[in-house]
Design a binder for this molecule. Structure first.
Ligand code: FAD
Length: 598
């Protein structure tokens, strides 16, 4: 497999030229103290070294050896412990953490890029620290001061890791029916009993303690999602003097044998009267968990992107070297037995699909991360707008990036021909590793329902309007720029079509709610391609200006961006047209057929 090279130039372009992150950071007092352009560059460069030099080399072995289980003890693959220690020593576990508890307080725009690097190098490794960072976010927001002092500091320091325990054998997408019980104890703690399955990082040998965030129900809790509470359950109890105490009554019953991410421990966790501590309010656990899940959902989207970036880098290197056939317009390398496969239109299509969708996903993920930063660090209207856009776009980030991510790992595999199917080149591992991203953290079907039912219909279109008005304003500001017309015109059309589709579906759903369920997946992708078009115009605009003003990324970079933008608009944005036709076709064709006739 080609050695992974972090796309630092593209990341800097987005941060400093497209989104002018430094200006934003300096306007937000809490961020201005922590970060500026130089600090951000230093962080990206140092993180790139970890990803390229420490994580990339262990990914293949991790896939081959995997995680092992022996009588409740889970052992990670060779090299993982050493790599994790190096990662912890570098201070990376507290990168986005609350500064009051030992975190570094870095903005999501930076931590998102950090996550992409980890995931391109090795999704399995990334899951251990990324899940811990998500759990820390939930604890920082909803936990008591005592819990934060005791646990959060050690999670940021990397001494302890965390897991997220939601799923039970009978309860996945529908968390309202979980059975795990929490019984109040005299000392204010809770006794937690139940079984959780599929728990990532539920047990392993990387850290001395594991902090489980567990969803459970009190005995008198209301039925459904309104009766769920959130508890912190440590693997080892913690003494008053902060030393580790007795082992809590939580254990790993087995690990799963999976299609991919073999080096990530996916555990069955048994809670047998384990001591737990309430996080947030009783019966409000799902809302607390959503702080973590929203963070994780964007993170999972970035996992898809990470695998896709690796796929593109591999495939590009292979395509340049592989000699097969001749260019249709005549031999390009007559002195060789055959031309490189780069001469073939279909190979160029595959490479450009990956390039345009990856760069578009990275840009859109930076835009969403920026909204999360406004939501966290700004005030007043700016904060409210950031919250609205982050809420609207979280399901899009999760589902759109992972669907494209999987598509791009398969496309990269296709560039290799038969050599992509065998293990030697590493492509088939990327396909297997990326596949789970479409499933966990709420399947992409659930994300589509979240977007259309909860966010769009649930707000009577108001959340969507926050986004469409921003795009409309941008179009108005730039429609007299002739140089941008090739992008602005199709963006205007895409926006008008998205508005019209939304109206159509909301109207139809008044008579039949199945209309939303039947079209949600198509709708999410129409939204995704339109949002990506908006971000591609911004990149094109900055690149045109960069060419005129000798911008910092350089001529070749800007030319490549403009070419790729053109490719996106001519070859990829039109995908939305068939999706719109499908979404508008209604639900009858799905529901008119009796179950027996399937
Ligand atoms: C490797 C791995 C790691 C995981 N890590 C964790 C973890 O750390 N913590 C954790 O708690 N869980 C974890 N999970 C569980 C994961 O989040 C669930 O598998 C996922 O949410 C789907 O739940 P399910 O498997 O029960 O599928 P189901 O909920 O049974 O869904 C089956 C199908 O029905 C569809 N469906 C269900 N309900 C609806 C609906 N209302 N509308 C439309 N479609 C619907 C789904 O989209 C899916 O296609 C992990 C799973 C795996 C495989």
């Amino acid at each position: 497999m080609a050695e992974y090279k972090v796309p630092l130039k593209d990341m800097s372009f987005l941060l400093h030229e497209v989104f002018k992150a430094d200006e934003m950071w300096q306007q937000l007092p809490l961020l201005a103290e922590q970060v500026d352009k130089e600090t951000a560059q230093a962080i990206l460069q140092e993180c790139a070294k970890i990803a390229e030099q420490e994580l990339d080399p262990i990914a293949r072995r991790g896939d081959e050896v995997g995680v092992s289980f022996n009588d409740g003890v889970v052992t990670t693959a060779p090299g993982y412990k050493e790599a994790f220690n190096t990662y912890v020593e570098g201070g990376w576990t507290g990168l986005g953490g609350d500064v009051n508890y030992g975190g570094m307080g870095m903005p999501k725009m930076l931590t998102a890029m950090h996550e992409e690097m980890l995931c391109s190098a090795d999704i399995s490794f990334a899951l251990y620290p990324v899940l811990t960072a998500g759990a820390a976010l939930s604890l920082a927001k909803h936990g008591s001061e005592e819990l934060k002092q005791r646990y959060l500091t050690r999670m940021y320091s990397g001494e302890w890791s965390a897991s997220m325990c939601l799923t039970e054998a009978h309860s996945g997408s529908d968390l309202g029916i979980i059975r795990t019980k929490a019984v109040p104890q005299d000392d204010g703690s809770y006794s937690i009993t139940g079984n959780k399955i599929f728990i990532t990082g539920g047990e392993h040998d990387l850290t001395e303690n594991i902090v489980h965030l567990v969803l459970a129900k009190l005995p008198d809790a209301p039925a459904g999602p309104r009766g769920i509470s959130l508890f912190l359950v440590p693997k080892f109890n913690v003494n008053e003097d902060e030393t580790l105490g007795e082992r809590n009554q939580v254990s790993c019953g087995s690990i799963e044998h999976k299609m991919g991410i073999h080096a990530s421990a996916t555990c069955v966790m048994n809670f047998d009267g384990a001591q737990g501590y309430l996080i947030g309010e009783i019966n409000k656990g799902l809302a607390c968990m959503f702080t973590m899940m929203n963070f994780e959902r964007i993170g999972v989207g970035i996992q898809g992107l990470g695998a896709a970036v690796r796929s593109y880098q591999n495939a590009l290197e292979y395509a340049k070297d592989r000699l097969q056939g001749r260019a249709l317009t005549g031999a390009k390398s007559p002195d060789q037995a055959a031309d490189s496969i780069m001469v073939h239109g279909d190979v160029r299509r595959m490479l450009l699909n990956m390039k345009a969708l990856n760069e578009g996903s990275r840009a859109l993920s930076s835009y969403i991360a920026m909204q999360l930063d406004y939501a966290t660090f700004a005030e007043g209207e700016v904060q409210a707008k950031g919250e609205a856009l982050a809420a609207l776009m979280t399901p899009v980030a999760k589902a759109f990036f992972t669907d494209l991510g999987f598509e791009n790992t398969v496309t990269g595999q296709q560039v290799f021909g038969g050599h992509g199917f065998i293990r030697e080149w590493g492509q088939e591992q990327l396909v297997r590793d990326a596949r789970i991203t479409q499933i966990y953290e709420g399947t992409n079907g659930i994300q589509a329902m979240d977007l259309l039912m909860r966010k769009v219909a649930g707000s009577k279109g108001n959340l969507l309007k926050v986004f469409t008005e921003e795009v409309s304003t941008y179009i108005d500001e730039h429609k007299s720029n002739d140089a941008l017309a090739e992008f602005i015109t199709p963006l205007s059309q895409a926006l008008a079509d998205l508005n019209e589709l939304t109206e159509d579906l909301l109207t139809k759903s008044e008579g039949n709610m199945n209309e939303l369920g039947a079209s949600a997946n198509d709708y999410l992708h129409v939204f995704g391609y339109t949002a990506m078009a908006y971000i591609w115009v911004k990149m094109a605009q900055v690149s045109q200006a960069g060419l005129e003003n000798n911008g910092e990324s350089g001529r070749e970079f800007y030319q490549s961006k403009l070419h790729t933008a053109r490719y996106y608009f001519t070859r990829l944005l039109p995908r939305r047209i068939s999706l719109i036709a499908s979404a508008k076709s209604g639900s009858d064709c799905m529901f008119d057929i009796d179950d027996e006739l399937f």
